[in-house]
Ligand binder design. Structure first.
Ligand code: SAM
Length: 246
């Protein structure tokens, strides 16, 4: 296993403690993304979508959904899963850069930034800015702050498990994650962490007008979500109306 894409390139990633965890995880994210869709005609792109087992919910609330996944086996499984949904397309990261400019109302990248180096992340932000319509929005979710990332992720997983019927599976699943290649990759490939100020500055430098959302997409509220608009839009997102879980 040579990098983070390989780590995720399983039909069912070790990061999910069981099928229930995976499905509740993706349903929670899909429901949060649906809250952010401004119109039933919206064109939505989900970059680094993972197994996306609830993407049909996002597609049902939008006009078109493009799922981008780098891991080839995960992408193949998405292609089979959504073959019957005419609103969903599954593509590679390389194909993303070739999509028509100014064609998306909403671009989401959730829980991916930690696996990407800072220069590569700037390159992606540039691509997303050109793909967004002038009044579109880029949602960057699950940005991991420095310090206590692992214990807070474990605690959030236990809480999520307790609330959704997989508490004990979360305990054994955590052991499985930490005996997988996760720790070795963390050392060799690294994980990118950002303070709120650092990510706001990074988004600004790549031409966005960013703000931090009051709640993170998904279950881990120690991590951060940002809304970033192309500067020409002149709109401010009503951050309180979205990601509305307490
Ligand atoms: C934790 S999963 C996130 C999946 C989904 N967005 C979610 O929130 O559950 C991380 C995703 O990042 C992708 N990924 C990791 N490194 C990447 C890279 N260098 N370029 C593009 N995607 C990458 C993996 O393939 C995987 O789908």
């Amino acid at each position: 296993m040579s990098d983070w894409i390989d780590f995720y390139d399983f039909k069912h990633s070790v990061i999910y403690v069981n099928a229930r965890h995976r499905d509740v995880h993706y349903r929670t994210i899909a429901e949060d993304i649906v809250e952010l869709i401004s119109s039933p005609a919206a064109h939505v792109l989900d970059y680094g979508c993972g197994e996306a087992t609830s993407a049909h919910l996002v597609a049902a609330a939008s006009g078109q959904l493009v799922l981008v996944e780098a891991a080839p086996n995960v992408r193949a499984s998405l292609t089979v899963r959504y073959a019957g949904d005419p609103k969903i397309a599954v593509i590679t990261p390389e194909q993303t850069a070739a999509l028509p400019k100014a064609s998306f109302d909403l671009i989401v990248m959730h829980s991916v930034a930690q696996y990407i180096g800072t220069t590569e992340l700037d390159r992606l932000f540039d691509i997303f800015r050109t793909l967004l319509k002038p009044d579109g929005v880029f949602i960057l979710g699950d940005v991991v702050p420095p310090h206590f990332a692992a214990p807070s992720a474990a605690l959030a997983l236990f809480r999520f498990g307790a609330a959704n019927g997989f508490f004990w599976a979360a305990a054994s699943g955590l052991v499985r994650i930490f005996t997988s290649d996760y720790l070795r990759l963390k050392k060799t490939e690294g994980l990118s962490h950002y303070t709120e100020a650092a990510m706001l500055e990074k988004l600004r430098r790549t031409g966005f007008t960013p703000e931090r959302a009051p709640h993170n997409i998904g279950h881990n509220q120690r991590r951060m979500t940002f809304f970033a608009r192309p500067p020409s839009s002149g709109q401010s997102m009503d951050a309180r109306s979205i990601c509305g879980r307490p």
